[in-house]
Design a protein around this ligand. Structure first.
Ligand code: NAP
Length: 316
């Protein structure tokens, strides 16, 4: 089955969500629907309201997350459309491109709307296309923050995430550098990526942590314990590869889970994430305006508790 295949899904109140190449009842262009409908709020760090379904800007770069995209104008369109659709949490990193993802965000959206939250990251270097290497040395991270500020044309970064804990550098030293940048007013909140509850606890001894970004989706729940920790502590949990990344999702499970009406596998997977936890902040990535519209419409998909149980059981 292709990723574009439509699925039947029973919706509360008999509503139907159809999103795809030709049929899109709940698409943003529908006059009946407020564009941000269903995309409920989460307060990052307790004070920064974001609509829970965000956007990941990694896929806007060139092949291998390297360089500029073939169609730069299209990348700018995707970013502007995301905000227009009610997305106000955009995730990026200095390593995406490197640099080009942050530069595209500034080109598309600066001067920024007041309620737009840009979350960037540092701590992974890029030796070449498809290659990623951690560097958590404090002096390197300090420089990363300064450079991201410049590229994003910001005075303060709302959420700065340590992209990876560098096994060669004690976490306390890496986070110590971010703490200094926070004290200098250059970072508002700090987040972590690919971490266990124990690592979060250790990090919180250095500075407050607002969010965690770990790989998680309906097929891959390896970080369940971290999600539970985030729920308990009220930290935002941003699942990366929320629709399976390059490999996609095991569509059969979701297909089997679907009943009478129509939605796409991807919409069902995103709606499942939003339903799974109130701290869940999915950041699906795409280089396509059509896919973006399909993904954002997933926030409006409402299933009954029974349906969710069925989806969950089959997807496991
Ligand atoms: N913290 C980390 O270590 C880390 C690692 C990886 C990613 N991230 C973040 O997480 C975000 C999302 O992760 P991801 O990009 O790996 O995975 P993803 O969002 O699960 O999947 C993106 C892939 O799905 C395709 N896609 C998106 N919407 C689609 C649709 N409606 N129909 C069909 N295909 C669709 C995209 O291709 P098209 O462009 O063709 O739509 C792209 O290939 C990234 O942008 C980045 O911000 C963080």
């Amino acid at each position: 089955m292709t990723r574009r295949k439509f699925l039947g899904t029973t919706l509360t109140g008999g509503a139907t969500l159809i999103a795809g190449e030709s049929n899109m009842i709940f698409a943003a262009s529908s006059p009946a629907v407020t564009e941000a409908d269903g995309n409920s709020l989460f307060r990052l760090g307790g004070d920064l309201p974001v609509n829970r379904l965000g956007f990941g800007a990694m896929r806007l770069t060139g092949e291998g997350i390297w360089g500029w995209p073939a169609d730069r104008g299209n990348a700018l369109k995707v970013l502007r459309r995301a905000f227009q659709l009610g997305v106000n949490l955009i995730d990026t990193a200095d390593a995406y491109g490197p640099e080009t993802s942050e530069l595209l965000i500034a080109e598309a959206l600066h001067p920024y709307p007041k309620d737009l939250v840009i979350a960037t990251k540092g701590g992974l270097t890029r030796p070449g296309p498809g290659q990623w290497m951690p560097n958590g040395r404090p002096e390197y991270l300090t420089q990363c923050v300064e450079k991201s500020l410049k590229r994003l044309r910001l005075e303060r970064i709302d959420l700065y995430q340590l992209h990876r804990i560098d096994p060669k550098v004690p976490m306390e030293e890496s986070l110590g550098a971010l703490k200094k940048m926070q004290e200098a007013g250059k970072i508002r909140h700090v987040g972590l990526s690919e971490v266990s509850p124990e690592e979060i606890e250790r990090a919180r001894k250095v500075l407050p942590i607002a969010s965690v970004q770990n790989q998680y989706n309906i097929d891959n729940r390896r970080w369940e314990k971290t999600l539970t920790y985030c729920e308990k502590e009220g930290l935002g949990f941003m699942p990366w590869s929320p629709i399976g990344g390059n490999r996609g999702l095991k569509d059969n499970a979701l297909e089997a889970a679907a009943g009478g009406h129509r939605a796409s596998v991807i919409q069902l997977a995103l709606a499942w994430l939003l339903h799974r936890s109130p701290v869940m902040l999915p950041i699906p990535g795409t280089s396509s305006v059509a896919h973006l519209e399909e993904n954002v419409a997933a926030a409006k998909l409402k299933l009954t508790a029974e349906d969710w149980k069925r989806v969950d059981a089959l997807a496991r």
